[in-house]
Design a protein around this ligand. Structure first.
Ligand code: HRO
Length: 312
């Protein structure tokens, strides 16, 4: 069976790659991604300057085994590190490179985009509209007017095809409003749904304490528990953005959830919590599981069932 796919005009040998933030902050992390069986890789969301991020413990898998909580606080090497990585990347390799940018201000996003546009590299830029763990900063993705203003500035600046990383939405009117904004920008060619479900709270029963240190224990939720919210966001935007693509992320623990993301409309699928817990061998495992599912169901390619979720 054929697990290959295209996103933003680039060919991926298979549809799986890392969720931004996991296994992608340093060159050593990114090398592991390059050597893995992933079909692509995306860098940790970059800010203009280097950031240490929040105090630890700032990421934990949940005792329930159903997911994870994180309040990393945008730790990253600073955008020039990732620009340098992108300049030295081997674009003749099978794996396309995605670069995530998460400026702390529109001005920072403009400066970072200008630098990448000037470098004129084959990598694809993705603007992170939801970075739920920078205290005092609202999520851009939840401020529709600010999101449109940002796109009015960034889309013309980036010129080439680019994507945005979105927080989960939970209201049909928000899907409608957000999609109407995205449909105004032709070179916004894909959306990645979902970022972590913001500001969950994990409490330890024995110690009666929050699990993570930052923000009184509040942090973004990931893993199996967010699967159904992720599938809804993938399908909501798949239905509302007919000329664009959706990258699905959220709740992938096996080939089964990847299959469901593609049924919901995903062109590619990212793995976060399960990659963090299992390591980059997860890509070989899940590619095999998806292959077995497609054989069992009689599908030869992803196109045969992408977006074909039935309704009753
Ligand atoms: O705290 C983080 O670094 C973080 N954590 C997330 O779960 N999503 C993001 O987009 C970011 Cl930027």
């Amino acid at each position: 069976v054929d697990l290959s796919t295209k996103v933003a005009g680039l060919s991926l040998p298979n549809l799986l790659f890392n969720a931004s933030g996991v296994c992608c902050q340093t060159e050593a992390d990114l090398k592991l991604m390059i050597e893995s069986e992933s079909g692509s890789l995306i860098t940790k969301s970059a800010t203009y300057e280097y950031r240490e991020g929040n105090p630890s413990p700032r990421y934990l898998p949940l005792p329930s085994g159903l997911g994870s909580i994180n309040s990393m606080g945008l730790p990253n090497e600073g955008y020039e590190y990732y620009l340098n990585f992108a300049k030295n990347y081997d674009y003749s390799s099978k794996k396309p490179l995605f670069i995530s940018l998460s400026g702390l201000s529109l001005a920072d996003n403009v400066k970072m985009c200008e630098a990448f546009v000037a470098a004129d590299l084959p990598c694809v830029l993705e603007v992170n509209f939801s970075c739920p763990n920078v205290p005092g900063k609202p999520q851009l993705g939840y401020d529709m007017e600010a999101m449109e203003n940002a796109l009015n500035v960034l889309a013309p600046l980036i010129k080439k095809p680019f994507g945005v990383k979105l927080p989960p939405y939970f209201d049909i009117a928000h899907f409608d409003t957000a999609a109407a904004i995205f449909n105004k920008f032709d070179n916004l060619v894909y959306v990645t749904c979902i970022n972590s479900v913001g500001n969950g709270l994990a409490i330890d029963f024995e110690t009666e304490s929050a699990l993570i240190k930052p923000k009184d224990g509040f942090g973004g939720l990931g893993g199996l528990m967010v699967l159904n919210t992720a599938l809804a966001n993938v399908n909501a935007f798949y239905r509302r953005l007919p000329t664009k693509q959706v990258i699905g992320v959220g709740g992938v623990t096996s080939g089964k959830e990847v299959f469901l993301h593609v049924l919901a409309g995903a062109s590619a699928v990212q793995i976060g919590t399960t990659l963090k817990e299992e390591g980059p061998t997860v890509f070989a495992r899940i590619n095999k599981e998806l292959t077995d599912i497609m054989i069992a169901k009689g599908y030869k390619s992803l196109d045969e069932f992408r977006g074909k979720v039935k309704t009753l």
